[in-house]
Write a protein that binds this ligand. Structure first.
Ligand code: SER
Length: 317
């Protein structure tokens, strides 16, 4: 049987980089697509195509040339940047997804597609712990594009037979590549500013609680949902997944256990309004039942892992 070929679109981004490293380390065949070449030394030996996902012909050529079987489509504008450039964000997010779904429906070689949805599909009225089928009135361009994208995934599955699978990611925290323009980015950014001369200035309120996840669990979720038989999946849109919830003051207190003297101050900006509309946590019972979702990393584990990645020695606890 020919080997699976995993194509990551947005491979130089936060999630794409981590998935590429995981698949490559597992001995899988990986093709990287992005408008920006990879910079991580571990990825430089992998095939890379400079492709803008808005260019469907270029996308088609890359899929064909590499005999792609699995597509992971991560290229997107996130919530904060999307509010500043709404037309650009809508164009990128919707055109990209529709191109991928359309090619997956017409190219027999493509067996499965993974596309991430987000907690941003929720908004006022979704409740503090959003149920799988909670009311969804997203308040950002990013959230609207993810919400509509979920409906497109369901449509392409039901009417074109595309095996596309999705989860609603919370804020993702990892070490290999920075996030780009999200509302949850403070929880990554702070780790690069632990030893600054001034306190870290957080753009959210001290008590703004949000769902969050370590990147290892995020990559695990994508690989796990793609690995189960389609018949196991009751949800044709995107599954809620949940790992941990914290607010800035809770994260900073945990960091303080490793970095004595670390201090933060708060200067909430427009991103606070976005965060305020999102739930504190998601109910992920359906993901647990259908495909065995179970996160492994909690808040202490997350901070420990970020410290180790930055080689910051932690005092005994
Ligand atoms: N991390 C994303 C953002 O903040 C949410 O999915 O935009």
């Amino acid at each position: 049987m020919p080997q699976d070929v995993h194509c990551i679109i947005g491979a130089s981004g936060q999630l794409g980089t981590e998935l590429a490293v995981t698949l490559h380390n597992a001995g899988e065949q990986v093709v990287l697509l992005d408008i920006k070449a990879p910079s991580l030394p571990a990825l430089l030996e992998l095939p890379f195509e400079k492709v803008d996902v808005r260019d469907q012909a270029a996308l088609c050529a890359a899929f064909g040339a590499h005999h792609v079987t699995h597509v992971y489509h991560f290229a997107a504008a996130l919530s904060a940047r999307g509010e500043q450039e709404p037309q650009w964000a809508w164009d990128l997010n919707m055109k990209g997804l529709l191109h991928v779904l359309d090619l997956a429906s017409s190219m027999d070689s493509i067996a499965r597609v993974f596309w991430p949805s987000s907690i941003a599909v929720f908004g006022p009225g979704s409740g503090p712990v959003a149920a799988q089928s909670a009311f969804r009135l997203p308040s950002t361009v990013y959230g609207i594009s993810k919400n509509v994208g979920e409906h497109w995934c369901s449509w392409y599955h039901q009417h074109r037979g595309v095996d596309v699978r999705s989860v609603r990611y919370p804020g993702l925290i990892g070490t290999l590549a920075p996030p780009g323009g999200g509302t949850t980015d403070y929880a990554v950014e702070v780790f690069d500013q632990l030893h600054g001369p001034a306190p870290y200035t957080c753009f959210l309120q001290a008590n703004e609680k949000l769902p969050m996840m370590h990147m290892d669990d995020a990559v695990g979720a994508a690989l796990q949902i793609l690995s189960v038989p389609r018949a196991a999946l009751r949800c044709n849109e995107a599954y809620n997944i949940n790992a941990m919830s914290f607010d800035p003051q809770g994260l900073f207190a945990e960091i303080g256990r490793h970095v004595p003297g670390f201090t933060a101050e708060y200067a909430p900006d427009f991103r606070q309004d976005i965060a305020a509309g999102w739930p504190d946590a998601l109910n992920d019972d359906m993901a647990r039942e259908d495909w065995g979702w179970s996160p492994k990393i909690d808040l202490p584990g997350l901070v420990q892992s970020m410290m180790e990645a930055r080689r910051i020695a932690s005092p005994a606890r």
